[in-house]
Design a protein around this ligand. Structure first.
Ligand code: FES
Length: 112
């Protein structure tokens, strides 16, 4: 069963922006990344399917400006921010682990 781990104001996340969310009570100190694109809000675990390292330390540098794709800071794998699928790099075809997000009543609820 999913439980709420964070809640953001919708207005705090503009299109193309990313927020990093702390996940409470996780020994691995994993974080979640919440991204707004032109089509909606998407959540992904901040862990690269290549070898499990963090995709980014600072969410300001997660999205490649020229392409709008998520880029892992380690070996530069790129991922579609809406499907989470890797389209280039050592984990080609793999997918980021989804973190469920729901946007309603002016808020973004993050569930895990
Ligand atoms: S750890 Fe992300 S591409 Fe290698």
């Amino acid at each position: 069963m999913l439980t709420e781990v964070a809640r953001l104001q919708s207005s705090s996340l503009s299109s193309g922006e990313v927020k990093m969310i702390e996940i409470p009570e996780n020994a691995d100190k994993l974080t979640a990344l919440v991204i707004r694109t032109n089509t909606g809000v998407y959540g992904w675990l901040n862990a690269c399917p290549h070898d499990g390292r963090r995709l980014c330390q600072d969410p300001a540098y997660l999205i490649k400006r020229k392409t709008g794709l998520i880029q892992c800071m380690h070996h530069q794998a790129t991922f579609d921010p809406e499907s989470g699928v890797c389209d280039d790099g050592p984990c080609l075809g793999d997918k980021l682990r989804e973190v469920k997000t729901i946007e309603k009543d002016g808020q973004i609820i993050v569930l895990m």
